[in-house]
Design a protein around this ligand. Sequence first.
Ligand SMILES: [Ca+2]
Ligand SMILES: [Ca+2]
Ligand SMILES: [Ca+2]
Length: 191
Amino acid sequence: MEDYMTSSIGMCALQCGTDCWCFGYQAATSTCRTLRSCHDKNSVGPEDGWVYYKPTDCDEGWTKYNGHCYIRNTTALSQPEAMSACQQFGAYLLEVDDVKENHWVTSTLLKDVYCSNEYLCTTWTGGNDIETEGVFVCGYSGTPVTFTNWDAWNPDDMHNPSEEIDCVEMFYTGQWNDKPCDSATSFICEK
Ligand SMILES: [Ca+2]
Ligand SMILES: [Ca+2]
Ligand SMILES: [Ca+2]
């Protein structure tokens, strides 16, 4: 257990990362406390003014990783449709921040997915270069894509001048491919 001074309960929630299962916040003293075991959700703690939260509980069917919740949806939609579908869950289309998240998605959510041709069983991520060709951004946050895991032959939009190929999907191997955004593809939501 550790105590921190934080300016708000939201900042306190951010302190609760890996190895943190709950956090408590005492507004009167702006003190945040991260914990490895949980009080009942939103219950007032044993000391005055402490309120405890479980910030990373995932709903039924979602899988937790590093403070986020994920679900794989096998319905094939275009990337914009998949984005809207995720928004209806209060989530967004998968944004892969680093190699660890890429590996976790591949080894957990895609572990039972296999095709003889990897192009035939793919999953949308939220990345695209619609705005500026070759500059990939995350569709939800709008931030530049910093980590990438491209397949050796992709992105290949530059070799297809007749077609817009601006959305990023993931092979079951975890490697990325750029594909026309209106292609029907299964997808992963994250929140
Ligand atoms: Ca992510
Ligand atoms: Ca492109
Ligand atoms: Ca491609």
